[in-house]
Design a binder for this molecule. Structure first.
Ligand code: 8YV
Length: 314
């Protein structure tokens, strides 16, 4: 296990396997730790957030490795090419976290437009009373045009939810799905999608094509009244440009669950009331983390018993 993920998962791994915790070794001695256990490690479990891994260096350090089980739907931290070369199997946890991530995306959009965290701070600081019961106006969410980058499982779940708020939905993705989803408008570029949206949501997986997909041009197209919601990966967005645009009022607001070098969050964002910050918690409910843990365990068990994997990536 590369980093602490979930108590139940850890307990079950401990019970069923011989569990090694990479973080038992200090940061500067992890190479040594891996070398010491290289001849016995057959499986690696990793998450998709900070501390996650699965790069070529890790894979090369473990000659007896057979499987990398991701406790995440996103497997962008794993070097799939090297896994294929080595004949390693890779699994992830799709499906079980879809509802939670979609819920959070909608929550972040509403929180940013209605300034819920700001309003909460206002009340707690005694400002409501101090200002004679006055609080400024916020922006409506219902009926806003929502643009979704990536209409996969999570993107679709977001679309269904915002339909309930009367929001027209547009989307961009590499392959057009217009026939399957006649209620949603396909737009051929992310810039067009941003220009046509009040709220732009990043819900695609991270890969070479989607790295930096929310560029300066996209942020400009979304504009001073637009809100960006990111429940994908920090690297989907040109983060310095995002921070500058928010600080200068060239972008209206943002709801961010992921960051480029998380858990580091740009200091400049902390002072901005038009930004809602979350600690990569899209899938972080008791219910979903239990289901993710069970899926990781079931994949490892299937592998150990030479049965078909439940949710194979490679
Ligand atoms: C988790 C994730 O927060 O599913 C993903 O891709 O990034 C998240 O579900 C993560 O795996 C825990 O580190």
């Amino acid at each position: 296990l590369l980093h602490p993920l979930d108590t139940y998962l850890e307990q079950e791994l401990d019970r069923r396997c011989r569990l090694l915790r990479l973080w038992d070794a200090p940061l500067d001695r992890r190479g040594e730790f891996l070398r010491a256990h290289a001849s016995s490690i057959r499986a690696v479990v990793t998450g998709g957030g900070s501390g996650g891994g699965g790069d070529a260096a890790l894979i090369d350090a473990l000659p007896r490795l057979e499987i990398i089980a991701c406790y995440a739907v996103g497997f962008d931290r794993v070097d799939l090419t090297r896994c294929r070369e080595r004949g390693l199997r890779v699994t992830n946890t799709p499906g079980v976290l879809t509802d939670d991530v979609a819920d959070l995306a909608v929550g972040l959009a509403i929180a940013a437009l209605r300034r819920i965290p700001h309003a909460d701070r206002y009340v707690r600081a005694g400002l409501w009373k101090a200002n004679n019961g006055h609080y400024g106006l916020t922006t409506q969410f219902s009926g806003k045009r929502v643009g979704i980058i990536g209409l996969g499982r999570i993107g679709l779940a977001i679309a269904k939810r915002v339909e309930g708020f009367g929001c027209p939905v547009s989307y961009y993705q590499r392959t057009r799905q217009q026939q399957a989803y006649p209620n949603y408008t396909y737009l051929p570029t992310v810039v067009q999608l941003a220009a046509d949206s009040d709220v732009l949501v990043v819900a695609c997986s991270l890969n070479e094509q989607s790295h930096g997909i929310v560029s300066r041009e996209v942020i400009e197209a979304l504009g001073p009244r637009g809100v960006l919601v990111n429940v994908g990966r920090g690297a989907h967005v040109d983060q310095p440009e995002l921070v500058a645009a928010l600080a200068e009022g060239r972008l209206g607001g943002a709801g961010l669950d992921v960051f480029e070098a998380e858990p580091d969050v740009p200091e400049a964002l902390m002072a901005l009331d038009n930004v809602v910050l979350a600690p990569h918690m899209g899938s972080g409910t008791r219910e979903t983390r239990k289901a993710m843990s069970d899926l990781v365990l079931a994949n490892l068990e299937a592998h150990a018993l030479s049965k078909p994997l439940l949710t194979p990536v490679v």
